[in-house]
Write a new protein. Structure first.
Length: 183
């Protein structure tokens, strides 16, 4: 069902905050609460969510917004990540999986590491099953390694696979048919 724009008051919102560099959540709340209609905080969050999805607002900090669309980072996915992801999805079709490669971080670093890891994150209930499935096919697989284990045994490998528990509300997006983290 399409959202009716008159509830969002996008035109009035843009006019009201035309000269503002940024808009706080409190300012938006005051804008929508002018007159007789007082909206609850849950309705405000829903309206902000709709404004973000429509590209009217973009988030610039916690509780801070500005007009315009947000550019979404979409990394180039290595074939090895896609192959592993597809195998896992074929055998565990209902598992919630987020897969990424540590070379995604290369764009943001000056010193480029020569060794990388494929990170597979999945729900706590399926973590061990997916690890066992990967371990059968790939030699260099590790389950929830500690910082110490990572530095001693994983960081020296050319490429390894690390299986971790997925954070339940992790921001993810789909890129090239693979569920990856959103920056």
């Amino acid at each position: 069902m399409p959202v009716k724009r008159e509830f969002l008051k996008t035109k009035q919102l843009k006019q009201h905050f035309a000269k503002a560099e940024s808009i706080s959540i409190d300012q938006i709340y005051k804008f929508y609460n002018t007159g007789k209609n007082i909206i609850p905080k849950s309705t405000l969050r829903w309206r902000i969510y709709k404004l973000l999805n429509a590209g009217v607002l973009k988030r610039i900090g916690r509780g801070k917004y500005e007009f315009g669309t947000e550019t979404i980072y979409q990394p180039d996915t290595p074939k090895s990540v896609k192959a592993i992801y597809d195998k896992i999805k074929k055998n565990f079709p209902y598992a919630n999986i987020c897969s990424w490669h540590t070379n995604y971080l290369n764009e943001f670093t000056i010193h480029q590491p020569g060794k990388h890891s494929i990170i597979i994150e999945t729900e706590k209930d399926t973590t061990e099953s997916i690890f066992n499935f990967i371990k059968e096919q790939y030699k260099e697989a590790f389950l929830n390694p500690t910082k110490d284990v990572y530095h001693r045994y994983i960081s020296g490998k050319k490429e390894s696979i690390v299986v971790l528990n997925l954070i339940s509300e992790a921001p993810t997006q789909e890129v090239d048919g693979i569920n990856v983290y959103r920056i």
